[in-house]
Design a protein around this ligand. Structure first.
Ligand code: DWN
Length: 398
C-alpha cells in the first residue's frame, strides 16, 4: 500500500531550460503535481505522478556528469576498483551520459546505453560503442546478441529515473551472465532524510532508493546485494554491488547488514518517519523563505551557484520568485544563456572565481559544496556569504 507523505506542489520539468525566444513567444511550460509516497510493503519511495521518459530524456538533455571534478574523480576511482576486483571482459553502462565513466576504459572493453541522443553522440564521436536508446527488453536482447562477453553492468543515477523497475531488471537478467556483477548507484534515502534534501524529489527522480527497498525488489530476480559503498556524491549516495544467488564467488559483506540495520534504526521501514520528514521539509521551506525575505528587505543582492535540477524543486516549492535571485552561474554549455524552468531565472556562464558579484550566493549545487568552496576560497576568505538549505536553511561561509 502506497502512503503519500510529501506534497511539493506544482513543478516544471527541471531540465527544460528556456531560450529568450521561448520567453518572448510566451511558450507554454507544463508543470506537474509532485507528491511523494512510501510503499509500506515494498519500502520503495517514489513520486506519485510520473511523466513519460520521452518527455524528459531527449536530444536536448542538458546535464553533463563531466562538469564536476568530484564526479570525474569518483568514476575514475571506481574504474580502478572494478579492474582490480572484477577484471571484467566487457562493461556495459546504462545511462552513460557524456561518457564520464566509460572514458576510463579501453574502447574495446566498454559499451554505453544512453537515450539522450545529444549525450550519446558525444561518446559515439569519441569512438565508444553507444546505443542511443532507452534501457528495455528489446535493447537488452540486441545487446546480448552483439556483445556476448558483457560480464559487468554499471549504472549511476539512472535506475532512479526509470519507472518500470521490473522491465529494468528483466532486461538486466537477459544480459548479465551467471557469474556477472551488477553495480548500481543512486542517491540514498537515508542521506536524503538526514539532510532534509527534499530536492532529491523532482519529476526525473521517480525513486529515491534505500538498501532496504532494493534488497526486497531484486529478490524476485534471484539477485542479492553483496557489498555496498557509501558515497558523498550527489548529496550522499549508495553504491550497490549485486550478484545472482547462484554466484558463490562473492560473500555478502558485513557492511550490507550494517547499512540495513542503520536504515531500520532510523525508521525507514516505518511511515511515521516519513511524516517526520514531511514536517522537517515544511520547516525548511519556512526558514529559507525567511532568509530570502530578510535579505531582499535589506536591498541586498543574491545570485545562484549551480542551476541544478534539484534547485528547481526548491524554488518552486518555496515559491521563490525570479526577481529574488539576479541569475544563476553554471558551467554547463547547454544551460548557459538560457532561463531556468519555472522560475525563468537567467543562467550566466561561470567564467572565473567569485569576487563581488552579489551580497549572497545561493548554493544550488549544494552537493558539490566541497568542490565549490575549494574553487571559491578567496571569495570566502574575503567574507563572501553563501546561503544553503542543507541540512537546514542558513548563511554560511565555511
Ligand atoms: O540524477 C540526476 C543527476 C545525476 O544530475 C539528473 N536527474 C539531473 C542532474 O541533477 P542536478 O542538476 O541536480 O545535478 P548536479 O550534478 O547537482 O548539477 C550540478 C550543476 O552545477 C551542473 O549544472 C553543473 C553546475 N556546477 C557549476 O556550475 N560549477 C557544478 C560545479 C561542481 C561547479 O563547480
Amino acid at each position: 500500500m502506497i502512503k503519500k507523505f510529501l506534497d511539493l506542489g506544482m513543478q516544471p520539468l527541471a531540465n527544460k531550460f528556456l531560450t529568450k525566444k521561448d520567453l518572448i513567444k510566451k511558450k507554454i511550460e507544463n508543470s506537474y503535481y509532485l507528491e511523494v509516497g512510501f510503499d509500506t510493503k515494498t519500502k520503495l519511495v517514489s513520486i506519485l505522478h510520473t511523466i513519460s521518459s520521452k518527455k524528459m530524456f531527449d536530444g536536448k538533455y542538458p546535464y553533463r556528469a563531466s562538469m564536476s571534478k568530484t564526479m570525474l574523480n569518483s568514476f575514475s576511482k571506481l574504474a580502478d576498483r572494478i579492474n582490480r576486483k572484477f577484471n571484467p571482459k566487457k562493461i556495459m553502462e546504462i545511462g552513460s551520459n557524456d561518457g564520464a565513466f566509460i572514458k576510463n576504459f579501453n574502447k574495446k572493453n566498454v559499451i554505453g546505453v544512453e537515450p539522450c541522443s545529444n549525450m550519446a553522440n558525444i561518446t559515439k564521436k569519441k569512438g565508444y560503442k553507444t546505443y542511443a536508446d532507452y534501457w528495455n527488453i528489446k535493447l537488452a536482447k540486441k545487446i546480448k546478441l552483439n556483445n556476448k562477453n558483457v560480464d559487468l553492468i554499471y549504472s549511476a543515477n539512472t535506475l532512479s529515473h526509470i519507472q518500470d523497475l521490473d522491465s529494468v531488471f528483466k532486461s538486466i537478467d537477459i544480459v548479465l551472465p551467471d557469474d556477472g556483477v551488477l553495480i548500481i548507484e543512486d542517491p540514498s534515502l537515508l542521506d536524503c532524510f538526514k539532510k532534509i534534501s527534499y530536492d532529491q524529489f523532482y519529476n526525473e527522480h521517480i525513486y529515491v532508493f534505500s538498501l532496504l527497498a532494493i534488497s526486497i525488489f531484486i529478490k524476485k530476480y534471484k539477485l542479492e546485494v553483496f557489498d555496498i559503498e557509501r558515497l558523498s556524491t550527489h548529496g550522499g549516495s549508495l553504491r550497490y554491488y549485486i550478484k545472482r544467488y547462484k554466484n558463490k564467488k562473492f560473500k555478502v559483506n558485513k557492511n550490507v547488514h550494517d547499512q540495513l540495520k542503520a536504515e531500520v534504526k532510523f525508521g525507514l521501514n516505518k511511515y511515521k518517519t516519513y511524516l517526520k520528514f514531511k514536517s522537517n521539509v515544511k520547516n525548511s521551506k519556512k526558514k529559507l523563505r525567511e532568509i530570502f525575505n530578510k535579505i531582499k528587505k535589506n536591498n541586498k543582492t543574491i545570485i545562484g551557484y549551480g542551476s541544478t535540477a534539484k534547485v528547481c524543486t526548491v524554488l518552486a516549492y518555496c515559491k521563490i520568485k525570479s526577481g529574488t535571485l539576479d541569475y544563476f552561474l553554471d558551467t554547463t554549455p547547454n544551460k548557459v544563456g538560457k532561463y531556468m524552468a519555472g522560475s525563468h531565472i537567467y543562467v550566466k556562464k561561470y567564467t572565473k572565481p567569485l569576487t563581488d558579484e552579489a551580497d549572497y550566493v545561493f548554493l544550488g549545487a549544494w552537493n558539490f559544496k566541497k568542490e565549490i568552496f575549494k574553487k571559491e576560497k578567496k571569495y570566502i576568505k574575503n567574507g563572501g556569504k553563501f546561503i544553503t538549505h542543507i541540512p537546514f536553511p542558513q548563511i554560511i561561509n565555511k
